[in-house]
Design a binder for this molecule. Structure first.
Ligand code: 2IP
Ligand code: CA
Ligand code: CA
Length: 377
């Protein structure tokens, strides 16, 4: 299934292009940043376009993967629904059509007849991405498409994507907010066990071309199945004696912040936007762990980066389950899984990571976190 990995890298790059185009092309950008003021239709329209960019990206990924791997077609899920209502209250199902022109015509119906915006979007969807140099030669993945399912978050950290603040990233440093927090996440899991086995992360706004050529992205990938554990990011060297570094959501509970201060080194309690970006920080060694005590992330947020962390020898666990379990054994029974919904819930909540999570590289650091938070939550 190395073919699947190469395909996911390509579609994620296409997705990143769509995300960039929506900010670069004035007619699309205007729609993206429209204020939530004015009459009702305007209010609705603002919401519509943000979601439309997401839906279009997700459907494009679903279309391309389903075309090459028909066995997977019914198992490609994502954050968004492709049933869409336009400003006139009409329901439209957004799909990627056979040609650019057909896709543009369909998108125009959602965009209330804005043909310029529709054509620009369709152009980006149907354009072949630049070749990606991913060094996957010689990689064999002993899986078959009929065993696999996919979770897509077309754009994670949408609020940062819309706000659009540009940061210059400093090597080795976590930058808490800005465009670079927006990520395209595609995760692959085993249908039988729900274990993540492959992940692709594309960061569409990683750095700006100094000669004025616009934003350039960066991609990351990992495969973790059986004895095969390969990641495009090498495992960061552990710095001894510097204290644990933890990244949290700004909205994390005070009791968690206080408890973790006691195990963190000075200035090692950090905050960042985007669930995907925070796990990426752990993957890159910009933080040792990401702790989240609320059920505010979903399967599509964690599946892809979880696969990369697992390939590096770490993982993502359910925090509540860890706090409740008596054994300290590393038997993976508390790992997040991706195949079963919470049947008692409705809508997106069916796929929430209800128990919160901890993302880690080193299991001794995970144990440290769990023992610190025990009896505090
Ligand atoms: C969001 C996004 C948020 C995150 C939230 C996710 O996904 O990643 O940033 O909250 O959990 O569900 P926080 O930044 O506080 O961690 P989306 O942007 O796709 O809705
Ligand atoms: Ca998300
Ligand atoms: Ca999203």
């Amino acid at each position: 299934m190395a073919d699947l990995l190469r395909l996911l890298l390509r579609v994620a790059e296409k997705a990143a292009n769509v995300a960039r185009v929506c900010r670069q092309e004035a007619p699309l950008f205007q729609l993206l940043i429209q204020e939530k003021t004015g009459d009702d239709k305007n209010k609705k329209f603002f919401q519509d376009f943000k979601t439309l960019a997401d839906v279009v990206i997700q459907e494009m990924i679903r279309h391309d993967v389903g075309a090459q791997f028909p066995e997977m077609a019914g198992f490609i899920h994502g954050e968004e629904s492709n049933k869409f209502e336009n400003g006139l209250g009409e329901s439209v199902t957004v799909t990627v059509c056979g040609t650019k022109e057909e896709t543009a015509a369909l998108l125009a119906t959602v965009l209330d007849g804005d043909h310029t915006a529709a054509s620009l979007l369709a152009q980006a969807i149907h354009q072949d991405p630049a070749t990606i140099d991913a060094n996957t030669d010689g990689l064999t993945v002993p899986l078959s498409p009929s065993e696999l399912g996919i979770w897509i978050d077309p754009i994670d950290a949408t609020s940062q994507y819309i706000e659009g603040r540009e940061e210059v990233l400093e090597e080795g440093h976590l930058s808490p907010s800005g465009l670079h927090c927006a990520l395209v996440l595609i995760g692959v899991y085993l249908r039988s066990t729900g274990e993540p086995v492959m992940g692709v992360i594309n960061q569409p706004f990683n750095n700006k071309d100094p000669s004025g050529g616009g934003w350039r992205g960066k991609h990351f990938w990992g495969v973790s199945c059986g004895s095969i554990n390969v990641c495009s990011v090498s495992r960061p060297k552990d710095e001894l004696g510097t204290g644990l570094s933890v990244v949290l959501s700004c909205s994390e509970k005070q009791v968690v912040k206080e408890a973790l201060t006691s195990v963190c080194g000075p200035d090692k309690l950090m905050y960042a936007s985007g669930a995907g970006y925070k796990i990426l920080c752990v993957i890159q060694g910009l933080a040792d762990v990401y702790v989240l005590s609320e059920g505010s992330t979903f399967k599509w947020d964690s599946c892809a980066p979880h696969a990369l962390l697992q390939a590096l020898g770490g993982g993502v666990v359910d925090l509540t389950k860890c706090l409740q379990s008596s054994s300290e054994a590393q038997d993976h029974q508390n790992d997040l899984t991706y195949h079963q919904p919470s049947v008692e819930c409705k809508g997106a909540e069916r796929w929430a990571n209800h128990g919160g999570l901890v993302a880690y590289r080193d299991s001794s650091q995970l144990l440290n976190i769990i023992s610190t938070l025990k009896d505090k939550l």
